[in-house]
Design a protein around this ligand. Structure first.
Ligand code: ADP
Ligand code: MG
Length: 261
């Protein structure tokens, strides 16, 4: 299932904050949106999931126009959004938060095996299913938010700033997990201020400045670009050892979790 944005302009009320964005995400690909605070990454994420309606342009999913569909309809078609700031139900338990991710499924239940996969991917969750989510650390909450997003068996997961506010070790873990999701054939649209870490696991990257797409291309090329380095690579994890650790962790998880695949 491919996602295609064609000349999307979008915003709040009548004012556009995104202008003429064209972008594609193909199956099993990680595409990262990088850009400064306020550039429009979250607005683009919301436009894809349906929280914002485009002012003009088209969004196609597997060739079908989805830009006028509700978030629920898009979720039914396989597009899940893990929003910025996690947006968990803080007073609810881990199990209840996870259940909220499966409400669009028949009977409100996840597909067979999904819960087992989630527990294998996020071992911290199983022993804490009855604990209240609000008591979790930032990293644990991010894990839970991603896990909740997986409960509907999505084909595309939009992750908005999953590493924001996390300690470097947890950033490594989260990016390792994202790479693991791709190895399962899930496409990822990843909005990140931590450009170096995001580009290091992504296949392709797109740079947004003031609501416009100013550069796009293979992630490795963007990582090597002096322009990108100067403007965006000073932020976040700047440590090659950490990034190598992310990749190794992804390899390990792939080997131990998905050996049934
Ligand atoms: N709820 C909102 N209402 C009005 N303007 C908003 C709202 N959220 C974001 N914006 C504006 O949209 C622009 C893009 O913001 P955003 O998409 O959140 O950027 P990013 O995620 O890259 O930090 C900014 O100018 C911001 O002020
Ligand atoms: Mg944002």
């Amino acid at each position: 299932m491919s996602l295609e944005l064609r000349h999307i302009s979008s915003g709040y009320g009548t004012g556009a904050v995104l202008h003429d964005i064209s972008l594609a995400v193909t199956p099993g690909e990680i595409v990262t949106l990088i850009g400064a605070n306020g550039a429009g990454k979250s607005s683009l994420a919301k436009t894809v999931s349906g929280l914002l309606s485009p002012l003009s342009g088209e969004i196609l999913w597997d060739g079908e126009r989805i830009d006028r569909l509700s978030t629920t309809e898009r979720l039914r078609r396989g597009i899940a959004h893990v929003p910025e700031g996690r947006q968990l139900f803080a007073g609810m338990t881990v199990a209840e938060n996870l259940a909220m991710g499966a409400t669009i499924r028949p009977g409100g239940r996840p597909a067979a095996g999904v819960l087992d996969e989630i527990h294998a991917l996020f071992p911290i969750l199983a022993p804490r299913m009855g604990d209240v989510a609000g008591n979790f650390s930032g990293g644990q909450q991010q894990m839970l938010a991603i896990a909740r997003g997986l409960m509907s068996s999505p084909r595309l997961v939009i992750l908005d700033e999953p590493s924001l506010g996390l300690a470097p070790k947890l950033v490594t873990e989260i990016f390792g997990l994202i790479a693991t999701l791709r190895s399962r054939g899930i496409s990822i649209l990843l909005a990140e201020q931590n450009a170096r870490a995001a580009l290091s696991i992504a296949d392709r990257g797109a740079v947004i400045e003031n609501g416009r797409l100013v550069m796009a291309g293979p992630a490795a090329k963007l990582l090597d670009s002096p322009e990108i380095a100067e403007r965006y690579l000073g932020v976040g994890v700047a440590n090659t050892a950490d990034l190598t650790a992310s990749r190794l962790m992804a390899e390990r998880l792939r080997a131990c979790v998905w050996n049934d695949a």
